[in-house]
Write a protein that binds this ligand. Structure first.
Ligand code: KE4
Length: 442
């Protein structure tokens, strides 16, 4: 596009024209792969603006947004209190590279809701938080090996971009080019919800394990819960062998419940708590902010106190902390999660009801403001089952709903999100669109 085009002409660029132009200057036309619609096909929508539960694309089409920036927008887009906090903070300065009171306030606000953590450090992305937590676990234990689970995603740090090796003896293989095998040689990948595999891995490597990192509800497999027996056994084995249990709550934190998924497990398993936790998304309210935390003893190993180095120019950024703090203040108000949970459950139950009425197999689940659904007869319990669900039907459903102004996650392995701005009317509109689409999906 020539730069002398009038703003009016620029305003008229279609999604397809923008995608074509984007691909000339940005790999795949996107700054994060899932946005390219490769899993579902078609042309991604270039978003011009968003407000409340809605987004508008470059062609002026409105969508009910069930992605919410992949989780952060729990209040909906453009919440006035959040916008005001961000605008005030920005007016006082965008970044100082020096400590601020608001970083203390945000840390205090997060720790107040997550009793398993005594201290935390703020960073700029979930990847950075997961990578830092991993290095800290290794530094604090003096051990190198780690366990992660197939289907769980913890950001794109090299050591975590690993798929299951063949059998336990061989460690994971990189899922990405550019990650040398020796970088992932200490990463064991196990099937999710598989107690026997867990016990075998601890038998073989227990004393060498620095940590086990897990998504307690796996939103990167759409929506798969870790079973209580599995989670209880995981906690026992970590304690027995001196490995740190690291909860990756980047997606579930302050989304499935105020205290994250760990609050739910602590209710079901009295005394349960992870040793470290990773947060992101909601705690930044849509701005680049994430965190990792744990006991004072573990966190005290971090520079400048201890030998584990970790740093960041924009860590604890004053505008991002204002956005996160304003968001947390809203979601800690009485009744917030009860209302959000009810609205989300009404959506999922409605989708399942409409699908079954049309003779289409669909199962769904939700917790707080996070949900998932599968074109299958039973809720999957691991990655293999998720990936075996009806992808063709999902993709047809995705596009038919998109055409009707409903924007679900563009991949069958991604979770969905409802915000406080979604109304009962939005859910009803979604379900009436789904009724039409399921009829054609038989
Ligand atoms: P970021 O580096 O994208 O902020 O966070 C990485 C991350 C870590 N842990 C969990 C459980 C996550 O879900 C994520 C990021 N989630 C993806 C959605 N599946 C973000 C969307 C994207 O990659 O564009």
């Amino acid at each position: 596009m020539s730069t002398d085009q009038s703003p009016f002409e620029r305003e008229n660029m279609t999604n397809a024209a923008l995608f074509e132009r984007a691909q000339r200057v940005i790999p795949g036309g996107v700054n994060s792969p899932v946005r390219a619609f490769r899993a579902v096909g078609g042309t991604p929508r270039f978003i011009a603006r968003a407000q409340g539960a809605y987004m508008w694309d470059a062609e002026g089409r409105r969508y009910i947004d069930y992605i919410g920036s992949w989780g952060p927008m729990i209040l909906g887009h453009g919440h006035p209190v959040v916008l005001d906090a961000v605008q005030r903070a920005a007016a006082d300065g965008l970044s100082f590279g020096a400590p601020t009171e608001r970083e203390i306030e945000l840390a205090e606000a997060i720790l107040a809701q997550v009793p398993s953590m005594e201290q935390l450090r703020l960073v700029s992305s979930g990847t950075e938080a997961g990578m830092s937590a991993l290095r800290l676990a290794r530094g604090a234990t003096g051990r190198a090996k780690i366990i992660k689970f197939e289907g769980c995603y913890h950001g794109h740090a090299d050591a975590l971009l690993v798929k299951a090796g063949s059998g336990l003896a061989t460690f994971g293989h990189p899922t990405s080019a550019g990650v040398p095998p020796e970088v992932v040689q200490h990463t064991i990948v196990l099937p999710y919800n598989d107690v026997a595999a867990l016990e075998a891995a601890f038998d073989a490597h227990g004393r060498e394990l620095a940590c086990v990192m897990i998504e307690p509800i796996a939103g990167n497999m759409n929506f798969v819960r870790a079973s209580l027996p599995f989670m209880a056994r995981l906690r026992e084995l970590c304690t027995l062998h001196g490995a740190l249990l690291v909860f990756d709550e980047v997606m579930t934190g302050f989304r499935v419940a105020l205290g994250g998924a760990q609050a739910l497990y602590a209710k079901a398993l009295p005394g349960f708590k992870p040793d470290m936790s990773v947060f992101g998304k909601v705690i930044g309210g849509g701005m680049p902010l994430a965190a990792f935390g744990g006991t004072r003893a573990v966190m005290g190993q971090l520079a400048p106190l201890g030998p584990v180095y970790q740093a960041g120019t924009l860590s604890g950024n004053p505008v991002a902390t204002a956005c996160g703090l304003a968001t947390l203040r809203e979601i800690t108000k009485p009744g917030f999660f009860e209302a959000l949970s009810q609205r989300t459950r009404a959506l999922v139950d409605g989708l399942v009801r409409e699908a079954h009425a049309a003779g289409v197999p669909l199962v769904g689940d939700s917790e707080g403001g996070m949900f998932g659904f599968f074109f299958a007869d039973r809720l999957p319990r691991d990655y293999g089952v998720v990936m075996a669900t009806d992808k063709e039907r999902f993709n047809r459903f995705f596009h038919a709903m998109l055409e009707r102004g409903v924007y679900f996650a563009p991949a069958l392995y991604e979770a969905g999100f409802v915000s406080a701005a979604h109304t009962a009317a939005d859910v009803d509109a979604t379900l009436s669109a789904a009724r039409e689409v399921f009829a054609a999906l038989k």
